[in-house]
Design a protein around this ligand. Structure first.
Ligand SMILES: NC(=O)c1ccc[n+]([C@@H]2O[C@H](COP(=O)([O-])OP(=O)(O)OC[C@H]3O[C@@H](n4cnc5c(N)ncnc54)[C@H](O)[C@@H]3O)[C@@H](O)[C@H]2O)c1
Length: 470
């Protein structure tokens, strides 16, 4: 069995970039090349100034600094990297289909298929192909079929190695993974290929955290993990509304149930809803798979997680409108946060986008501050909805780099992301400069309610009933 000395990863995004950086850091004897069609993204990965990396993740710049140029490379030369690699990770995007059969639910596998065809065209010697992207069950089968039928006598082993990192803690999650999952064929060649990948992870993780399974279990496990995590968010969000009307406090309920070791304390924080590129897309995919197999009850059960999440975002936006005397037209609303969670610049499916959409439809003016998200991204996110007049977006959206400016003379402040810095602001100063009554809508439960109430704010916090705004 030839040892792996050269790895290529197709897709230098939120998964490919950090994952390959850590693999290269921990395996200095292996050359790792991360390739992407997006030239601007690759240039940013190669930027001398590490502040300009295309992805913000705590600890990422340090890892890139250590490995880049030593055994970690970023390039747009996809063919060359494929040709030289013994092992190829596919880490391209797998968005929800926006057309044809399965529109709005199934995963769009066109980028995956293009990769497979490109590998088949270029490869001259045997390769191990690793599915890193999140894929529907049985995708490995499709990859195998494309590679074996269009290749030139080259032999391929397909492994599934889904990624469980969370944005915002990606480096920590990679360096200290709870588990790594590797699915492969139960044949001699399949087991050998799995062992090669196990060896790469074993250079920094204990063997007992590296699980090997069959390919389909591995593919399905990733979808199920995301479905379970998202389900917890929707479950506690459903309870948050019940708390508001019964006098309970959702954070007290979370703490109480989280101390039950069968339930556990993580992912029990009420919020304006989950976002990110994965949860919604992966559950929709699960729903589609179940429904295509005739398992309608299973599909309906999981779809409810998405419906609850949509409801929570809309409910939050409606609360703002209703509280501001049923009209936000031409009023200034300040948004703190745009990213889908703290410690990332990723805005895909962020709750902020949908709350802004609703408020813009009500003709509000929105002033936005996020420590890591740029104006162009915010405008693109709103334009991509396709439901808003682009002129109105430009007229009504302001993006500022100073939070106090965002909140100055605002009628209300809405907390959309849980960035730590928000809790530490001089809220007395904010209050003094706001319109009165000064409303705050805390969609993340991060502010000190007692202190803010004392200052004079009228507060709404999801899942709490002891606030001025019910
Ligand atoms: N973002 C996460 O937190 C996360 C976590 C676990 C798993 N995943 C999964 O990982 C996969 C990638 O997600 P991401 O967030 O990194 O996506 P991304 O959009 O950030 O990155 C994908 C990259 O692939 C590139 N690409 C597409 N087709 C290509 C091709 N043919 N050749 C070269 N480059 C190509 C794109 O230009 C893009 O830069 C998805 O399947 C996702 O579900 C994501």
């Amino acid at each position: 069995m030839k040892n792996i000395t050269n790895i290529c990863c197709i897709g230098a995004g939120y998964v490919g970039g950090p994952t390959m950086s850590v693999i290269a850091q921990k395996n200095p004897h292996i050359k790792v090349t991360c390739v992407d069609l997006n030239e601007a993204r690759i240039n940013a990965w190669n930027d001398d100034n590490l502040d300009n990396l295309p992805i913000y993740e705590p600890g990422l710049a340090e890892v890139v600094k250590e490995a880049r140029g030593r055994n970690l490379f970023f390039s747009t030369e996809v063919d060359e990297a494929i040709d030289k690699a013994d092992m190829i990770f596919i880490s391209v995007n797998t968005p929800t289909k926006t057309y044809g059969e399965g529109k709005g639910k199934a995963a769009d596998l066109k980028y995956i298929e293009l990769c497979a065809r490109q590998i088949a065209r270029v490869a001259k010697d045997d390769k191990i192909i690793v599915e890193k992207s999140t894929l529907p069950v049985k995708t490995a089968e499709a990859l195998k079929s494309i590679l074996h039928n269009t290749g030139n006598g080259v032999s391929y082993q397909i492994l599934s190695n889904p990624e469980f990192l969370a944005e915002g803690t990606a480096i920590q999650d990679l360096q200290n993974a709870d588990r790594v999952l590797i699915g492969g064929d139960d044949t001699e060649e399949g087991r050998e290929a799995m062992q090669q990948l196990v060896n790469i992870y074993a250079s920094w993780l204990p063997q007992e955290r590296i699980l090997t399974t069959n390919v389909w279990s591995s593919e399905l496990s990733k979808l199920v993990a995301n479905a379970f995590l998202a389900q917890r968010v929707s479950s506690i969000n459903a309870i948050s509304e019940l708390c508001e009307v019964t006098g309970a406090d959702v954070s007290e309920v979370s703490r109480s149930i989280g101390m039950d070791s069968r339930i556990g304390s993580k992912f029990l924080k009420a919020s304006v809803g989950f976002g990110g590129s994965c949860f919604q897309k992966d559950i929709l995919n699960l729903v589609y798979i179940a429904s295509s197999l005739g398992l309608q009850e299973v599909a309906d059960y999981w779809e409810q997680v998405i419906l609850m999440n949509d409801y929570q975002k809309h409910r939050f936006a409606r609360k703002i409108v209703k509280t501001l005397y049923n009209t936000v037209a031409d009023k200034k609303i300040a948004f703190l946060g745009w990213a889908f969670k703290k410690d990332t610049n990723d805005t895909r499916e962020s709750a902020a986008i949908y709350v802004a959409e609703k408020l813009l439809q009500e003709q509000a003016n929105i002033s936005i501050y996020d420590p890591k998200v740029k104006k162009e991204q915010i405008i693109t996110d709103l334009e991509n909805l396709g439901t808003l007049d682009p002129e109105a977006i430009h007229k009504r959206i302001t993006v500022v780099s100073n939070p106090y400016e965002a909140m100055k003379e605002a009628h209300a402040v809405a907390i959309l992301t849980e960035w730590d810095e928000f809790a530490a602001y001089d809220w007395q100063k904010v209050y003094d400069n706001m319109m009165k009554p000064a409303f705050i809508f805390d969609g993340r439960g991060i502010l000190d309610l007692k202190n803010l109430t004392k200052i004079g704010f009228q507060l709404f916090s999801l899942g709490k009933s002891n606030t001025a705004v019910k």
